[in-house]
Write a protein that binds this ligand. Structure first.
Ligand SMILES: NC(=O)c1ccc[n+]([C@@H]2O[C@H](COP(=O)([O-])OP(=O)(O)OC[C@H]3O[C@@H](n4cnc5c(N)ncnc54)[C@H](OP(=O)(O)O)[C@@H]3O)[C@@H](O)[C@H]2O)c1
Length: 260
C-alpha cells in the first residue's frame, strides 16, 4: 500500500462515517493521513487515535470545502507533502422535494461534491503522474446510478462524480495512477441525521471501506453490497419509466411526509 499509494493519503470528510473509516484503514496499512473536514475537534480526536494505534503521522486541516477557493487552499496546505492517495469523500445530503430546499444549499452542494472534488483532483494529479504512481478514490453514491426523486440534486452531483471518475480512470490507465469510483448505498453514518432521511437497511462503514480498498488498483467502479449491485443492474436493464416508478416509491418511503 505504502509503495503504491504512500507516503501520505488525503481524506476529505474524515471527521465522521465513511471518511473516518478510510482514514483508520489507511493508517492501519501504514500510510500517513491528512484529515480534512470542518469539525476540528473530531479530526484531532481521530489523529490521537491513529497515533496511539498505528503510529503513522497525521495532519489536521479544518476547512469548509463548500467555500469558494477551498480546493486551492487545501492543496496549498499540503504542498509540502507527497500525497500518493486522494480519497475525495466529503459530502452531505438533504432529503426532500427540490423546491422545498433552501436555495443557497444548492450551490453549496455543487461546490462541495463537484467543484472541490474536481479541482482538488486536478491539483494533486500532476505530482502523481510525474511519479507514475498514486490513486484517487472518488466517493459517489448508488444514488448517482439513477435519477433520484427527493434527492434530485444530490443524486445528480453524485452522477457527475460517477461519470467523470470512471472516464478519468480510463484516461489515467497508462499514467500509473489508479482512479476508482465508489458508489455506496445506505450506510450507517452521520449522513442520515444530517439529511433527515428515514432509512432502515444499512451497510456498515467497514463493508464500504473494505470493498473499496480491495478494489483499488483493480476496478474503476466499486458498488459495495448485493442490493446496490442489483440496483446497478436494474439501472442498466430496466426501461427508464419502470425504473423511475420503482425508485420513486423507494425514495418516497425514506422521505419525511412534510418534505414530499
Ligand atoms: N451514508 C450513506 O448512506 C451514503 C450513501 C452513499 C454515498 N455516501 C457518501 O459518502 C460520503 C461520506 O458520507 P458519510 O455517509 O460518511 O456521512 P457523514 O458521517 O455525515 O460524513 C460526512 C463527512 O463529510 C464532511 N463534510 C460535510 N460537509 C463538508 C464541508 N462543507 N466541508 C468539509 N467537509 C464536509 C463531514 O465533516 P464536517 O461536518 O466535520 O465538516 C463528514 O466528515 C458522502 O460523500 C456521501 O454522499 C453516503
Amino acid at each position: 500500500m505504502n509503495e503504491r499509494y504512500g507516503p501520505w493519503a488525503l481524506v476529505t470528510g474524515a471527521s465522521s462515517g465513511i471518511g473516518r473509516g478510510f482514514a483508520l484503514a489507511l493508517a492501519e496499512r501504514g500510510l500517513s493521513v491528512v484529515l480534512v473536514a470542518r469539525r476540528r475537534a473530531l479530526l484531532e480526536e481521530l489523529a490521537g487515535e491513529i497515533a496511539a494505534r498505528f503510529r503513522t503521522r497525521t495532519r489536521v486541516v479544518d476547512m469548509d470545502l463548500a467555500a469558494p477557493g477551498a480546493a486551492a487552499a487545501l492543496a496549498a496546505a499540503v504542498s509540502d507533502l507527497e500525497i500518493g492517495l486522494l480519497v475525495a469523500n466529503a459530502g452531505t445530503g438533504w432529503i426532500g422535494r427540490f423546491d422545498l430546499q433552501e436555495p443557497q444549499t444548492h450551490s453549496q452542494m455543487i461546490r462541495l461534491h463537484c467543484e472541490s472534488t474536481v479541482e482538488l483532483t486536478a491539483r494533486l494529479l500532476p505530482q502523481m503522474k510525474a511519479r507514475r504512481r498514486g490513486g484517487v478514490v472518488i466517493v459517489s453514491s448508488a444514488g448517482g446510478l439513477v435519477p433520484l426523486p427527493y434527492y434530485a440534486l444530490y443524486g445528480a452531483t453524485k452522477a457527475l462524480l460517477l461519470n467523470w471518475g470512471e472516464a478519468l480512470a480510463f484516461e489515467m490507465k497508462d499514467c500509473g495512477v489508479d482512479v476508482m469510483v465508489v458508489a455506496p448505498g445506505d450506510t450507517k453514518t452521520g449522513f442520515q441525521e444530517v439529511a433527515g432521511e428515514m432509512s432502515s437497511r444499512w451497510s456498515s462503514v467497514d463493508e464500504v471501506v473494505s470493498a473499496s480498498l480491495e478494489g483499488l488498483g483493480r476496478k474503476t467502479l466499486v458498488v459495495p453490497g448485493l442490493e446496490n449491485k442489483l440496483s446497478l443492474l436494474a439501472a442498466r436493464l430496466l426501461p427508464r419509466s419502470l425504473l423511475m416508478r420503482v425508485v420513486e416509491k423507494r425514495q418516497r418511503a425514506q422521505t419525511p411526509r412534510e418534505r414530499r
